[in-house]
Design a protein around this ligand. Structure first.
Ligand SMILES: [Zn+2]
Length: 74
């Protein structure tokens, strides 16, 4: 099962990537637990790897309880 509840709504990997990226990804991998706590609310953080374009792979981190998100873009 890769769908997860984020901010009270069930999301697919693609939808989770879109929440963080602002645009739908070309591809997204299954959602995983990031094994970290949200720096804003202490909630559980999940991660998803996705391709925003054919030349880029990004891992996004998103809190399940609040609006906090981050990516591994340098
Ligand atoms: Zn949070």
């Amino acid at each position: 099962m890769s769908n997860r509840v984020v901010e009270g709504r069930m999301v697919t990997p693609e939808r989770l990537a879109e929440l963080v990226e602002g645009e739908p990804p070309l591809e997204a991998e299954p959602i995983e637990d990031a094994e970290m706590e949200c720096p804003d609310c202490g909630g559980n953080v999940i991660s998803v790897g996705y391709m925003p374009s054919v030349t880029e792979f990004v891992t996004a981190y998103k809190c399940q309880d609040c609006a906090w998100s981050d990516t591994d873009r340098s």
